[in-house]
Design a binder for this molecule. Structure first.
Ligand SMILES: Nc1ncnc2c1ncn2[C@@H]1O[C@H](COP(=O)(O)OP(=O)(O)OP(=O)(O)O)[C@@H](O)[C@H]1O
Length: 324
């Protein structure tokens, strides 16, 4: 478990992390989201004792990172994939890391096998592609078989197969009961990978919740109904704590949208009890991207000049890989 309490980091006049408190629990993949410059990397560095907080505290299972005796056996991290001596082979690099934490030598070949680098383990790390370097970084994080794993942008530079591999791999690590904390710019990837989210903007906590709650709270959801008896159904539904509207939708004709505290089950049952034929009954959830834009709108430090307007809710939770 990772616990941050009032974590703050100032660099001169810049407040990189501002009174941030959150928890990352075992058994789940927790995503760490925030616009560029929000303070994600600074927070990760403070968790790992690479930066000292100006105020506040962050603990790993109740201890500061600097107090861990053999840190690699407790926390594994991938922060910067290119943080490897370019003339060292992957095997030599991992052997050096293993020796620094009194880990058995055979663990090096095990982790190389896990990340699929066995065949190139003797090559100089400087010749690796970014994707291979990411895999080497992940191998390093796994060396001590730690309970807690931190990954900063782990899918950077990976091809689609590599992205799917890392997603499944993170789920496996969480299923084994480990704490997995991962930052990414790829919202669609986070929607598939993370069950929990810590969202920050300008160094401050915006939200900590499940991914589903985050999407539902921020962008709402509505129920879409198509039926040849729309008016009749609308009359039956009106009156409760909900709102309804009928709209003309291209290629679909008239569609009833229902917002508020009502489920698709309840609407289906109301329709059946009144012999109303339904052609469609769909819960339309917002996308993670729409929720993210809405929740972090004011905290984006560097806006693009041609920034698009708010993204409307879509039926599909996950859009194709879209960058923040
Ligand atoms: N060593 C440093 N000295 C001065 N300012 C810094 C330093 N490190 C980070 N910052 C500033 O702190 C803020 C947060 O940066 P950080 O890299 O933690 O954000 P981030 O969320 O990881 O961003 P990105 O997604 O772009 O990597 C930024 O304004 C950044 O310019």
């Amino acid at each position: 478990m990772i616990e941050a309490h009032g974590l703050t980091k100032r660099y001169g006049a810049t407040v990189a992390v501002d009174n941030l408190s959150f928890e990352v629990n075992p058994g789940k993949v927790t995503g760490f989201l925030g616009p560029n410059g929000a303070g994600k990397s600074t927070t990760m560095r403070m968790i790992l004792g690479l930066d000292t907080p100006t105020a506040g505290d962050v603990l790993i299972d109740g201890q500061h990172y600097s107090d861990l005796k053999r840190p690699l056996t407790k926390v594994g991290a991938l922060l910067d994939a290119k943080w490897v001596h370019p003339n060292r082979s992957a095997r030599a690099h991992l052997a050096w890391m293993a020796a620094s934490n009194q880990l058995p030598k055979n663990r090096v070949d095990e982790v190389l096998e896990i990340v699929g680098l066995t065949e190139v383990a003797g090559k100089r790390a400087g010749t690796y592609s970014l994707g291979m370097s990411q895999r080497l970084g992940i191998a390093g994080a796994l060396l001590g078989d730690p309970e807690i794993l931190l990954f900063d942008e782990p899918v950077n530079g990976l091809d689609p197969e590599g992205i799917v591999w890392i997603r499944k791999f993170m789920h496996r690590l969480a299923d084994e009961g480990r704490t997995v904390f991962v930052s990414s710019h790829l919202l669609s990837e986070m929607a598939l990978t993370a069950e929990e989210l810590v969202v920050i903007g300008r160094g401050r906590l915006i939200s900590q919740s499940s991914t589903k709650q985050f999407v539902d709270q921020a962008s709402g959801s509505s129920i879409k109904v198509r039926s040849p008896q729309l008016g009749q159904l609308q009359n039956l539904l009106n009156g409760g704590p909900i709102s309804t509207r009928i709209e003309d939708v291209e290629d679909e004709g008239k569609v009833l949208f229902v917002d508020g505290k009502i489920s698709t089950d309840q609407i289906g049952e109301t329709a059946a009890a009144n012999n109303i034929v339904l052609h469609e009954l769909t819960l339309q959830r917002g996308s993670l991207e729409a929720a993210f834009m809405q929740m972090t709108g004011d905290s984006v430090q560097y806006h693009a000049h041609d920034q698009a307007g708010p993204v409307p809710p879509t039926e599909v939770v996950v859009a194709e890989e879209e960058k923040i």
